[in-house]
Design a protein around this ligand. Structure first.
Ligand code: XIL
Length: 334
């Protein structure tokens, strides 16, 4: 069958994949061209990759991802413009090592966004403008990051305004994880609503979808989609994978457990979860504009060794040999 995921989903939403330069040649690139019509740089467009030193930009890997995409008729999602991780420390300190003022930090953020969004103007259809600004502690609201400590909530508002000015046609997203868990969902909703109420140029919300065979439930997923889209925002699932380990166990485990294995039983649960989430996605195609997988196959995923060193994971639709898994067939048959 010459059809790929992108063909089965052409009447629904674009299907994306996160990649690095190493994925763009050989058999992996063949798979990308067959199945995907949207691409995200797994790391190459983050702050530390783009501008490791103030004023010194490093375009190489990002440029090559963009040319691969353009050449193969694949759209590009930008990830990301402002985050507390993978942000170089020079942003927050002056030459003497003292913390900079809000004015200086916002100037640096603007210079960064102007340069990055400006360079790829017209080539990136959607940007994750701010990533993961909500605190992990359910009793708190915004994350106590350097951005927040120095700028308060304004860094979020400004990031969207700068991005919109640099490319008025790009769709602008707020991106976060665990967005289907009720307590986090309501805090993300609160942020999105306050941005909308203030007239901030935001088009949608990116739900990372680093899920597992244990969550979210169908009800949690549907409720989240309805809640966010009630604000008039579009939804993209930006970093989809389904871990075979529960997140709570992830947090506790320090090393590989003897019993960790990709059993037939776990695979069956994963198939069922993939089937359920794609059924829901198709039902809400009017508000969902993209679904992106966080890498291509189980050959290499960021969940290998994270957060448990040495432990392999099997979260994607293609196996370590790049062959479609049972989960693949379950999402294309409908
Ligand atoms: C991850 C990449 O996959 C890894 O290669 C890197 O070492 C760390 O970042 N949320 C995000 C992504 O928004 O940018 C992260 O990507 C995964 C979690």
């Amino acid at each position: 069958d010459s059809r790929g995921l992108r063909d089965f989903y052409k009447d629904y939403f674009s299907i994306g994949v996160a990649v690095g330069k190493r994925n763009l040649s050989g058999e992996e690139s063949t798979l990308i061209k067959k199945h995907f019509n949207s691409i995200t740089a797994e790391n190459a467009m983050k702050m530390e990759s783009m501008q490791p030193v103030e004023g010194k930009f490093n375009w190489r890997e990002a440029d090559s991802i963009i040319s691969f995409a353009t050449l193969n008729n694949i759209k590009v999602r930008g990830h990301n413009l402002c985050w507390h991780e993978q942000a170089p420390s020079w942003f927050f300190t002056d030459k003497e090592g003292k913390e900079v003022s809000k004015i200086v930090l916002l100037q640096r953020l603007k210079a960064h966004i102007d340069a990055v969004v400006g360079r790829y103007k017209g080539k990136i259809y959607a940007w994750d403008v701010v990533n993961e600004a909500i605190d992990d502690d359910s009793t708190k609201y915004l994350r106590n990051s350097k951005w927040y400590q120095i700028c308060g909530e304004d860094f979020i508002i400004k990031a969207f305004e700068y991005a919109h000015a640099a490319d008025p046609d790009a769709k602008l997203y707020y991106n976060d994880y665990n967005t289907e868990r009720p307590e986090k969902r309501e805090r993300v909703y609160k942020l999105l609503k306050s941005l909308k109420d203030k007239g901030v140029p935001i088009d949608g919300v990116g739900l990372q979808a680093h899920w597992s065979i244990y969550e979210p439930s169908e009800n949690e997923l549907v409720t989240a989609i309805k809640r966010y889209s009630s604000l008039g925002l579009k939804i993209q699932f930006t970093e989809l994978d389904l871990s075979i380990y529960p997140w709570e166990k992830n947090k506790r485990a320090k090393r590989v457990d003897e019993s960790d294995a990709y059993t037939a039983e776990l695979e069956a649960q994963q198939v069922a979860k993939y089937k359920m989430v794609f059924n829901v996605f198709r039902k809400y195609k009017n508000v969902i504009t993209n679904v992106t997988f966080w890498n291509i196959s189980d050959r290499r995923t960021w969940l290998d060794g994270y957060p448990v060193p040495g432990r392999k994971n099997y979260p994607l639709l293609f196996d370590t040999q790049l062959k479609p898994k049972k989960a693949y067939w379950s999402v294309i048959k409908f």
